[in-house]
Write a protein that binds this ligand. Structure first.
Ligand SMILES: C[S@@+](CC[C@H](N)C(=O)[O-])C[C@H]1O[C@@H](n2cnc3c(N)ncnc32)[C@H](O)[C@@H]1O
Length: 242
């Protein structure tokens, strides 16, 4: 680095106001060990189900080896709901996003047990994937089950579903595609309802607006079970891309 470059770098390090703001993410890297079986899955099954993180745009026909409607699940946790849907609907492609390695490992194990050929997973921030890797109008359905609730007021800005995320997600959904969301946190659910109802990209499929029925095809997810154990009500949303 030349002298000017060096002094600029030092000036930036000394002046926090000159540092570009770090983007606010909807997750923090959690601890949590992978089991031996999950480790094996992350190594041995990755070539079969995994997509490398990066910025390269994804051609979904190449990724899945066929052209079929694509369902995206964001933050699939341990993958139970995703794998159950993919097994029940072999005619559709399923793309799962999750940043927590033990969850990804678990998902790969149950995907292998179910002998799925219509599932691919990507361990990368959904905001990056939607922003850089997915083409416009490539999704037929998007699922967000029990996203991190960030219950403290000062953390609400970390919630995944906000107006700019809704606009980004909408751009990747084809007209008529469905967006489903569920939360056991009443405040987040009402905020999500407000965001999507105010969006010109979506309309609520529930006559008169409000919450939708629980979809029967969703197997109980880990966080849904946790919410129910805590006595929380579960709020579902079902919106359609205009
Ligand atoms: C509360 S858990 C719910 C998991 C699962 N859907 C369930 O219902 O059991 C939310 C998950 O979303 C993942 N997540 C949060 N933000 C994400 C993002 N921007 N991109 C991908 N995954 C994300 C977290 O790692 C976490 O596993």
């Amino acid at each position: 680095m030349d002298e000017i470059g060096t002094s600029l770098t030092i000036a930036r390090m000394q002046d926090p106001a000159s540092t570009p703001p770090r983007s606010i993410r909807s997750f923090v890297k959690r601890g949590g060990r992978t089991t031996l079986a999950q480790d094996r899955a992350l190594t041995e099954l990755w070539p079969r189900f995994g997509i490398e993180p990066g910025t390269m745009p994804l051609d979904l026909t190449l990724v899945f080896g066929r052209d079929a409607p694509c369902v995206l699940e964001i933050g699939f946790g341990d993958g139970e709901a995703l794998v159950a849907r993919a097994a029940a609907e072999p005619e559709r492609n399923f793309l799962g996003l999750e940043v927590h390695p033990p969850g990804v490992g678990h998902c790969l194990l149950i995907a292998e047990a179910a002998q799925l050929t219509n599932l691919r997973v990507l361990s990368q921030d959904a905001v990056e994937v939607l922003g850089t890797r997915l083409a416009d109008a490539c999704l037929d359905e998007a699922l967000i089950w029990f996203p991190d609730p960030w219950p403290k007021k000062r953390h609400h800005k970390r919630r995944l579903l906000n107006p700019s995320f809704a606009t980004l997600l909408a751009s990747r959904m084809r007209s008529g595609a469905t967006l489903r969301f569920a939360s056991d946190w009443a405040h987040y659910a009402s905020e999500a309802l407000e965001v999507l109802s105010a969006s010109t990209d979506f309309h609520n499929t529930v006559p008169g607006g409000g919450y939708a029925d629980r979809p029967s095809e969703r197997v109980l997810t880990k966080f849904e079970r946790r919410g129910l154990r805590l006595g929380h009500a579960v709020f579902d949303l079902k919106f359609r891309r205009r």
